[in-house]
Ligand binder design. Structure first.
Ligand SMILES: N[C@@H](CCC[C@H](NC(=O)CCC(=O)O)C(=O)O)C(=O)O
Length: 358
């Protein structure tokens, strides 16, 4: 069974975490390793729900904060293979390569090192949760909010998502809709007897390709929207005119829109098309004017920017808990085949969090 050495330095710990493969829906081994490593720490109460591990101090402090990070990753690549990790010097910069080095096991390693602090200045709830990278219904925090909502209670939350070690406020929403074109099946030797649904899908793709994606400023931060086809399927055999074709569209929408407004926007780009909503997670406004967020930014003394991906900041914001993203790794390299992180970012993030909890 893979194990974690919490006494190792934070970079080695990141490497250990990455080398436990944990693609979404396959997080049992890493959750076991985290639970096993934390359970002996007597200042923590450790709780397990599915493949989500919760560890809490209970020191009767005035304030409780959440440090949260997901333990799943997007799928691995085989060419080039991005696991096991490798550490090498690139132009004199010490870099850790591999799946999860950015999104987001460097952040999880920082959480684990922070969990060793026996007398933090605030009570801390550490959340190591499953299935963030997939449809919202599987998200470990969503499941926890349903089963044990009290475990999410806090005055402030930090999501250790990759931010290049700056603070990223809020997050964009994400929605997937399916657009189906319909045709008439026939023998492909006699297509005049049918109507090709895949050919019709080109109108959907053309509208998406021609669409100009917008930048929306929300509370002073610029969020770049994106409307992209992310999947297409159709056809039942190599000699049948397809009677149906499905285009899956992902809309990343600015945090000033709710799900309804986002769906209405997609409809304006694809007028007359029937849209089937498959998955949606609303975003969150930056909230950097809230006192808890301001205090965090001031304590860390780092620049601020927008979070372009979706994160569980949205969940905490919806619960009325101010939340920000702060963690090691360049988000532009998240989900990238060449995912990699300069190790200095991991140690910097660790130092900042430990300072804040001191
Ligand atoms: N239910 C979701 C979750 C997707 C979450 C994922 N988040 C990140 O990659 C954060 C890192 C970043 O980009 O800054 C995402 O945005 O895809 C889903 O709809 O897939």
């Amino acid at each position: 069974m893979p194990s974690l050495d919490l006494t190792a330095d934070v970079v080695t710990l990141t490497q250990q975490l990455c080398d436990i493969e944990s693609v979404s829906h396959d997080e049992a081994a890493i959750a076991d390793a985290i639970e096993t490593a934390l359970t002996p720490l007597r200042h923590l109460e450790v709780i397990r729900r599915g493949n989500t591990v919760i560890a809490r101090t209970d020191l009767d402090r005035d304030e409780r904060v959440v440090l949260a990070g997901h333990i799943d990753t997007v799928p691995l690549t085989s060419d080039p293979a991005n696991l096991p990790t490798r550490r090498e010097s690139v132009g004199g910069v010490d870099v850790l390569w591999g799946r999860g080095t950015v999104d987001m096991k460097g952040g999880v390693a920082v959480q684990l090192k922070a969990a060793l602090v026996e007398e933090p200045s605030r009570d801390v709830t550490f959340l190591f949760y499953e299935a963030e990278e997939v449809d919202a219904v599987y998200n470990g925090l969503q499941l926890l909010a349903e089963s044990d909502p009290q475990l999410l209670a806090a005055d402030f939350a930090v999501l250790l998502e990759p931010t290049n070690a700056m603070v990223e406020g809020g997050c964009k929403g994400t929605m997937r809709v399916e657009v189906v074109t319909k045709g008439i099946a026939a023998h492909s030797a006699r297509p005049w007897n049918g109507h090709n649904a895949i050919h019709d899908a080109h109108e959907v793709l053309a509208a998406l390709a021609a669409h100009e994606e917008q930048t929306v400023t929300v509370d002073g931060l610029d969020y770049h929207e994106a409307l992209q086809a992310v999947g297409i399927s159709g056809g039942i055999a190599g000699n049948v005119i397809p009677d149906s074709c499905s285009v899956l569209v992902n809309y990343r929408f600015s945090p000033d829109k709710d799900a309804e407004a986002a769906l209405a926007y997609v409809q304006t780009v694809l007028p007359g098309r029937e849209l089937h909503l498959r998955d949606v997670a609303e975003g969150a406004r930056p909230g950097l004017d809230l006192p808890a967020a301001q205090a965090f930014v001031a304590a860390l003394d780092v620049p601020v920017g927008p979070k372009e991906g979706w994160t569980d900041v949205a969940r905490f914001s919806a619960l009325g808990i101010p939340a920000v993203n702060f963690g090691p790794g360049d988000p532009n390299l998240a989900h990238h085949d060449e995912e990699r992180c300069p190790v200095e970012q991991i140690t910097t993030a660790e130092a900042a969090v430990l300072r804040w909890l001191a």
